[in-house]
Design a protein around this ligand. Structure first.
Ligand SMILES: Nc1ncnc2c1ncn2[C@@H]1O[C@H](COP(=O)(O)OP(=O)(O)OP(=O)(O)O)[C@@H](O)[C@H]1O
Ligand SMILES: [Mg+2]
Length: 376
């Protein structure tokens, strides 16, 4: 078995689920039902078991059924070497408690890497369509999962940047403070060099994988290129040389930075470009093309995680099938192979019949789940 297999999910007082236990024998699970019945809630609870947080809200109390005091989520997972369970308890009064195989964990970081998951929901279109900060956030989250050290440098960088920006504003009023600027320059360049180096490495790997996947999904029609656009001009992506370039750029811009009261160049201004057949997808891409690019990205994330851990994560596809034409859908499922995939849709007939028969199907109605033997 190459991929994780989520065997059972149990929800108690979770959103609109009073009490539900679901067994998943198959690697393809279809969750269907009308709007507002609880389809996304199921995927959200699985994502919660992956990362310790919801993909929709940062307020855990929203996850508890209205009128109840606490909720529980339990997953039983089979992996290559062993079986394990994750128990999450969220209460209105207490902090969140997580157990792995019945043993309480102390820090959220300890949950990472147990049940890996990739979520693809309509909001992910933001990565392609909206501002550079969305793309940086995507990049930062992915690299942090693969390399926890990156997360540390990123926090470090943001802290130094805030200090430096505060100092720049003070220099405007008190010129003699300028002496201390170089200390921050050095710290910022050091953390920044690591971040730029890792972003470059990540995008290089990602681009190679995404190009292959996108070509297949678009039936050889489209060539996807993902390009890292650092705001800093660098001679090479060697850490030491980035650090020197970073330092030089900060010094050259001292005057401008002081006038503006913030730091004009650095990782906090980086971006990624997505190009289809040489055209910027953000500007020229159709809705379906933009969606397919994000899909290729997510499939590449799966591949990258597999490369790092030797096991495929679970894939959560929330409401994204209907925007892909039949050909792209069939290509998608071919690409998935052994990846356990949960798909939600209001209209299961939009899924190609030949694929539909491989799914086990759950029909959701007001938080009640009905298993259907064979939907076709
Ligand atoms: N804390 C809560 N307690 C009780 N019910 C809740 C809670 N949070 C959400 N709900 C209910 O869950 C339902 C929405 O569930 P969900 O978002 O999973 O729907 P969905 O089936 O994915 O719908 P759509 O097809 O529109 O995406 C709503 O009826 C909402 O009132
Ligand atoms: Mg939904």
């Amino acid at each position: 078995m190459l991929g994780l297999h989520l065997r059972e999910l149990t929800l108690n007082n979770y959103r609109n689920y009073k009490s539900a236990t679901l067994g998943f024998d198959s690697k393809r699970v279809l969750i269907t039902g009308k709007n507002a019945q609880g389809k996304t809630n199921i995927l959200e609870s699985i994502f919660l078991a992956c990362t310790g947080r919801s993909h929709r809200t940062s307020k855990d109390s929203e996850l508890i059924m209205l009128g109840e005091e606490s909720c529980n989520i339990r997953v039983d997972v089979e992996r290559k070497t062993a079986q394990f369970s994750i128990d999450i308890n969220i209460s209105r009064k207490d902090r969140k408690r997580i157990k792995i195989n019945g043993m309480a964990i102390q820090r959220m970081g300890q949950l990472m890497g147990h049940l890996n998951g990739v979520m693809f929901s309509p909001e992910d279109l933001k990565i392609v369509k909206e501002s550079p900060s969305e793309r940086r956030r995507y990049m930062d989250m992915e690299i942090s999962q693969i390399k926890p050290q990156y997360f540390y440098y990123l926090q470090q960088y943001n802290r130094i940047l805030t200090h430096r920006n505060n100092l720049l504003k003070q220099i405007n009023k008190k010129a003699e403070l300028k002496k201390t600027l170089s200390i921050f320059d050095e710290q910022l360049a050091e953390a920044g060099a690591f971040i730029i180096n890792q972003r470059h490495e990540f995008i290089t790997k990602l681009s190679r994988i995404a190009k292959r996947i996108h070509k297949k999904i678009s039936s050889d029609m489209e060539e996807l290129n993902i390009k890292y656009k650092p705001s800093l001009r660098v001679r090479s992506f060697d850490i030491e040389s980035i650090q020197q370039d970073f330092l030089d750029a900060l010094e050259i811009n001292h005057l401008e930075d002081i006038q503006r009261g913030n730091t004009g160049v650095g990782c906090h201004r980086d971006d990624i470009n997505f190009e289809l057949n040489g055209m910027d997808v953000k500007i020229f891409g159709s809705q379906g093309q933009q969606r397919t690019v994000v899909l290729s990205l997510k499939l590449s994330d799966i591949e990258l995680m597999y490369g790092e851990t030797g096991e495929y994560p679970v894939l959560l596809l929330d409401d994204v099938m209907s925007e892909l034409d039949e050909e792209r859908q069939i290509k998608l499922f071919q690409e998935l192979g052994d990846v356990q995939t949960f798909v939600t849709t209001t209209d299961y007939r939009s899924i190609p019949a030949q694929e539909l028969e491989k799914f086990e199907t759950l029909v959701i109605n007001e938080g009640k789940i009905q298993k259907m033997a064979n939907i076709v």
